[in-house]
Design a binder for this molecule. Structure first.
Ligand code: HEC
Ligand code: HEC
Ligand code: HEC
Ligand code: HEC
Ligand code: HEC
Length: 249
């Protein structure tokens, strides 16, 4: 009897303290039931995220420059048949698999962007920033992923702040500095809004770098470019974008 009282939860206050769970057959079956119910509602959610539904609701306006692209140029099918994806996700929901499987479409990756925007001379190639020393920069600006600065379906071109150079160039000093207000002085004065005035980020525009601060492009114009206006760095690109993915031809 004394033992029974220990398990009688009706005597307990509402707050639940941890206690040993009964693991009889019934309890086991009940737990399996919960797991199956969870799996089912999970699958329903996945179903509504499936490719056919996706086409009905793009989350926002295409970014400027991407208006003419097919959805499939970035959203490519996930590996495996629908059935394999389903099975993998059921296993995940039942705790038998560590990661959920992409369902319908894979996540959009750097490789998807680079399939049209390959730039062999990119001065800030995303892959570089996987190195351990950029851990903080990855966390703060996500410099290792195109999406961090070019979030898609936002109706713009660039979604980063124009001052993010601070994250990696805070120790910047040039031995023989060619500009009239030296870099060290700009950095000391936290003039981070000036950087993109003289340098494009990827270095893909064919142009010469100004040496006088008065020639720098205004940060307002940079922000207009981010929002969708033509490039203030000019139209000549070393590596122009492709209209179709490289792996598609
Ligand atoms: C230039 C590349 C690109 C094109 C073209 C594109 N998308 Fe996306 N889309 C993205 C990126 C990047 C995301 C962010 C989430 C991710 O990585 O899947 C996204 C997210 C989504 C999402 C949110 C669900 C999710 O997977 O996170 C939907 C829905 C979507 N896109 C639908 C569409 C539709 C519909 C079209 C065609 C009208 C389209 N997209 C065209 C790049 C693109
Ligand atoms: C199917 C090819 C294709 C894919 C895939 C693609 N783009 Fe583009 N993108 C283009 C084209 C073409 C343009 C330029 C259109 C124009 O000249 O106005 C463009 C324009 C842009 C621009 C604006 C450039 C400017 O200065 O006007 C940015 C930024 C951009 N893409 C980033 C991305 C990112 C990030 C991804 C991956 C999420 C991506 N693109 C995927 C073809 C593609
Ligand atoms: C840390 C932020 C950041 C990341 C990460 C980033 N970009 Fe950019 N991107 C910018 C900024 C800022 C500009 C505007 C300055 C310029 O034109 O370089 C830009 C411009 C562009 C342009 C237009 C000029 C050009 O080079 O043709 C394209 C296209 C583009 N980015 C594509 C990409 C792709 C693809 C990736 C991933 C491989 C990527 N970006 C990663 C910040 C970023
Ligand atoms: C995630 C870190 C990171 C961010 C953010 C970053 N840079 Fe850099 N940048 C680097 C690294 C690393 C180099 C290469 C330096 C080297 O090779 O010694 C570099 C090089 C450069 C160069 C010289 C390139 C060359 O070819 O000589 C310029 C100019 C430059 N960055 C400007 C900028 C500007 C402007 C911004 C902001 C829009 C910026 N950077 C943001 C890491 C970064
Ligand atoms: C008035 C124009 C101007 C401004 C503003 C400017 N730079 Fe520069 N920067 C230059 C010139 C010119 C060079 C010499 C190399 C070249 O021609 O690209 C240079 C070189 C660099 C280099 C290469 C250093 C090396 O060791 O080779 C980096 C990195 C750099 N700048 C980052 C920045 C950052 C970050 C900012 C913002 C604080 C900034 N610049 C502001 C004009 C400018």
């Amino acid at each position: 009897m004394g033992d029974d009282r220990k398990h009688d939860s009706s005597m307990r206050p509402v707050s639940r303290s941890p206690r040993p769970r009964p693991v009889g057959k019934l309890a086991m079956r009940r737990r399996m039931g919960w797991a199956a119910g969870g799996a089912l509602s999970g699958l329903l959610m996945l179903f509504f995220m499936a490719p056919e539904q996706k086409h009905l609701r793009a989350p926002g306006k295409m970014n400027v420059g991407h208006e003419a692209l097919d959805c499939e140029s970035c959203h490519t099918p996930a590996p495996g048949t629908t059935r394999q994806q389903l099975q993998a996700n059921v296993r995940y929901l039942l705790g038998l698999r560590k990661q959920p499987a992409d369902f319908g479409n894979r996540d959009v990756t750097n490789a998807d962007c680079l399939a049209c925007h390959e730039r062999p001379f990119d001065r800030h190639p995303v892959f570089r920033f996987n190195e351990p020393r950029f851990e903080q920069a990855r966390r703060n600006v996500g410099a290792h992923r195109c999406e961090s600065c070019h979030d898609e379906h936002k109706g713009v071109k660039v979604t980063a702040k124009a001052t993010y150079c601070a994250e990696c160039h805070a120790d910047l000093q040039l031995e023989r500095d060619p500009i009239d207000v030296p870099h060290a002085e700009l950095v000391a004065g936290k003039q981070w809004q000036t950087c993109l005035g003289c340098h494009d980020f990827h270095g893909n525009h064919e142009r010469s770098t100004p040496t006088r601060l008065s020639e720098a492009i205004d940060v307002e114009r940079i922000n207009e470019y981010f929002a969708g206006s033509p490039s203030p760095y000019g139209e000549r690109l070393t590596s122009p974008p492709r209209k179709t993915r490289k792996d598609a031809d």
